[in-house]
Design a protein around this ligand. Structure first.
Ligand code: 13P
Length: 253
């Protein structure tokens, strides 16, 4: 990515998904220790499961590592057994939250409208959301990928984003956890379409919103992906579970 004065530093985000017991805090400490050796060229964030959020935030306190939640409820509080509110994430030490991950959309039937409501709740609680979009393999093979993702962007962004910090993550479903990474051409085409939609919606602000790529990002492909036009970071799953791999990806930014 070509850096200008208004371009935010790339965000390298590690989504642990439903992985990580107490022992995994050592990996977070190792990431923090690795970053302490030099000023990080990227922003770095870890998204542990909700059970570890508070302890992980304490473990990396004072380091360059930011912490976030993997999901939040659209309501601020109330009778929603098993859910976590955006304010709870902030209270536990989080400053970011992922919303609309494809695993949430698939496993929990989350619609774009629900994702937009969650993103709004995150902003209301002072969190920086990462709003996820991405097409299925069937949609890509049918030539519908760009139209589908642009539609998801239109419907998953809340109304009041003006002046608010947020990120978009493009994660093609067929590249998640498969080892099959999207080609740089696919990524560039999709990120350009997302950028155009963000500018149409938000004007100048839309030109600087980081657009992360996610889907089998590894130490050996991170540099090429992160150098592509309009790629403002990476949302990393499997390779964020080991500090060594995650630090190598950060190094590539
Ligand atoms: P993988 O890096 O394991 O493919 O996961 C990507 C992802 O879904 C991150 O949110």
């Amino acid at each position: 990515m070509s850096l200008t004065s208004t371009t935010p530093r790339p965000l390298i985000a590690g989504n642990w998904k439903m992985n990580g017991l107490s022992a995994a805090l050592d990996e977070a400490r190792a990431v923090a220790a690795g970053l302490d050796r030099r000023p990080a060229a990227a922003r770095v964030a870890l998204f542990p499961p909700a059970t570890l959020l508070h302890r992980l935030a304490e473990a990396v306190e004072g380091s360059f590592v930011l912490v976030g939640g993997q999901d939040c409820h659209a309501q601020a509080k109330g009778a929603h057994t098993g859910d976590v509110s955006a304010e709870m994430i902030a209270d536990a030490g989080g400053t970011l939250v992922i919303v609309g991950h494809s695993e949430r959309r698939t496993d929990h039937g989350e619609t774009c409208a629900r994702v937009a409501a969650k993103a709004q709740a995150a902003i209301d609680a002072g969190l920086e959301p990462i709003i996820c979009v991405g097409e299925s393999l069937a949609q890509r093979e049918a030539g519908e990928a760009v139209a589908f993702v642009v539609d998801q962007i239109r419907n998953s962004l809340p109304a009041s984003l003006t002046g608010k910090a947020f990120n978009v993550a493009y994660e093609p479903l067929w590249a998640i956890g498969t080892g099959r990474v999207a080609s740089v051409d696919n990524i560039v085409e999709m990120h350009a379409a997302i950028r155009a939609e963000l500018i149409a919606r938000l004007g100048d602000q839309g030109a600087t919103v980081p657009i992360l790529y996610g889907g089998s990002v590894k130490p050996d492909n991170a540099r090429e992906i992160l150098a592509a036009p309009e790629v403002g970071g990476a949302l990393v799953g499997g390779a964020s579970l080991k500090a060594k791999d995650f630090l190598a990806i950060i190094e590539a930014a």
